[in-house]
Write a protein that binds this ligand. Structure first.
Ligand SMILES: Cc1cc2nc3c(=O)[nH]c(=O)nc-3n(C[C@H](O)[C@H](O)[C@H](O)COP(=O)(O)OP(=O)(O)OC[C@H]3O[C@@H](n4cnc5c(N)ncnc54)[C@H](O)[C@@H]3O)c2cc1C
Length: 400
């Protein structure tokens, strides 16, 4: 599957930051993880801390799947508003999901602080504005429900938005709990720490076949090698769909661009993450102090390739939509790319086991909050493998 086309900004900026070998001998371990993106890095890190022997295999290079293409907004607000999510999973579980995503942002912050050297993490507020006057009533209901459960948010009227953000929109919700991180570099930082204690990560080591036994799994690797493990974690991002017998998500294509550098005076209130109520939504934020990242304009997944002229057209549309909102900012696109993106019916990820694949755990953080979902997946799978009860696991179960 083509996970993205044209080089994402992070790959150009950060490049090859570490090298890992390909597998050259059979292995036997406690836990094997397929995939070496942010989901695998967080899960491997938690399990390593629990004293298990863990090996990570990737058919590409560490972090070069969807993690490299991510625009890395860290928000607790998932793509499905709380007022809608409660109709799918009940109010209690909907609120728990939102709280878990909020906690995940602060877990990432804590983890970044604990790494040596400390990893850059920024707390940033997030603003969701009503795209049209007709969206204000539903946004107000969303605000009222979240206030009821003590989320730290503020209601902004047109003039407040104009004063703080420099554009005109009918209403918005400003949330204190948000963050940003370079997900590609964080993946490398976690794996660097993971390998320091003798655990291994392999690039160019695609799993071709999975055999399940009573006592574990045997993975067949491309060059005839085998990895045997008591437990398998599938963290193959959107390519994990082929390991699940039922349909659990749809794949979309989503577009992103990073602008040329701009002077500081063009940025808005606390460089907040900004998104909207329309579906699909457009979003933007400041990256690396002086550039603006814009994303959105999603459409159904283009198989197998997206022609460069479509990416150029989408880039022009994103720039035009941004300029309409912020005509005083002379934004020009510098880098643009398109990525695959899986969405689920209720907007929640799938985490845990299916009966068809014994001794196997899935970490599938689908949706716009993929990275916060990866944190939740790492915590739940850690508990499941260690035989500890995790009271949140049922919310993300395949049979919900
Ligand atoms: C344009 C874009 C913007 C996004 N913006 C955000 C955002 O703002 N906030 C957010 O939270 N999320 C965002 N996401 C989603 C986020 O990027 C993903 O949720 C996250 O990166 C998924 O990480 P992962 O580790 O699960 O998957 P990946 O990073 O894709 O890692 C999976 C790995 O598995 C490997 N693999 C696959 N099959 C095999 C096999 N058979 N054997 C061995 N290895 C295999 C792949 O090579 C890959 O490296 C965005 C995604 C895109 C594309």
């Amino acid at each position: 599957m083509q996970l993205y086309e044209q080089l994402p900004y992070w790959l150009i900026k950060d490049g090859i930051v570490a090298q890992y070998p390909s597998l050259s001998a059979n292995l036997r371990v406690d836990v094997v993880i397929m995939g070496a993106g942010i989901s695998a890095a967080l899960t491997a890190w938690h399990l390593r801390n629990a004293g298990l022997s863990v090996v990570v295999l990737d058919r590409r290079h560490v972090g070069m799947g969807s993690t490299a293409a991510s625009t890395a907004f860290l928000q607790y607000e998932i793509d499905t508003p709380l007022t809608v999510l409660r109709t799918f999973v009940g109010e209690e579980n909907a609120v728990k999901s939102y709280r878990l995503c909020r906690d995940a942002i602060y877990s990432i912050e804590g983890l970044c602080k604990s790494l040596k050297p400390k990893f850059d993490f920024h707390r940033v507020p997030s603003l969701q504005y009503a795209s049209f006057g007709t969206h204000v009533t539903n946004l107000k209901k969303e605000y009222t429900l979240r206030r009821k459960y003590n989320f730290e948010i503020e209601w902004l009227e047109r003039k407040d938005i104009a004063n703080k953000f420099g554009f005109e929109m009918p209403a918005a919700v400003l949330s204190e709990d948000g963050g940003e991180v370079d997900a590609y570099m964080l993946t490398h930082a976690l794996f660097r720490d993971f390998c320091r204690q003798g655990h291994q990560v392999y690039n160019n080591t695609g799993v071709q076949d999975i055999q399940h036994h009573k006592r574990g799994v045997t993975l067949q690797i491309k060059n005839g090698l085998k990895v045997e493990a008591k437990k398998l974690i599938i963290a193959c991002g959107y390519e994990s769909l082929k390991y699940v017998p039922k349909k659990i998500g749809d794949i979309h294509s989503t577009y992103a661009l990073v602008s040329e550098p701009l002077p500081k005076e063009y940025f808005w209130y606390r460089k907040s993450l900004i998104w909207e109520t329309a579906t699909p939504y457009m979003y933007f934020r400041v990256v690396n102090e002086n550039r603006i990242l814009i994303g959105g304009r999603d459409d159904p997944y283009h198989h197998p390739h997206i022609a460069p002229h479509i990416i150029s057209k989408k880039t022009a549309q994103l720039v035009a939509a941004f300029r309409k909102k912020m005509p005083h900012i002379p934004l020009k696109a510098d880098f643009s790319w398109v990525g695959a993106f899986a969405v689920t019916r209720d907007g929640l990820p799938y985490i845990g086991c299916i009966p068809e694949r014994p001794n196997t755990y899935f970490a599938l953080g689908f949706g716009g909050n993929g990275i916060t979902f990866s944190v939740i997946a790492a915590e739940i799978i850690h508990d499941m493998i260690l035989g500890k009860k995790n009271e949140n696991a049922a919310i993300f179960d395949f049979n919900r």
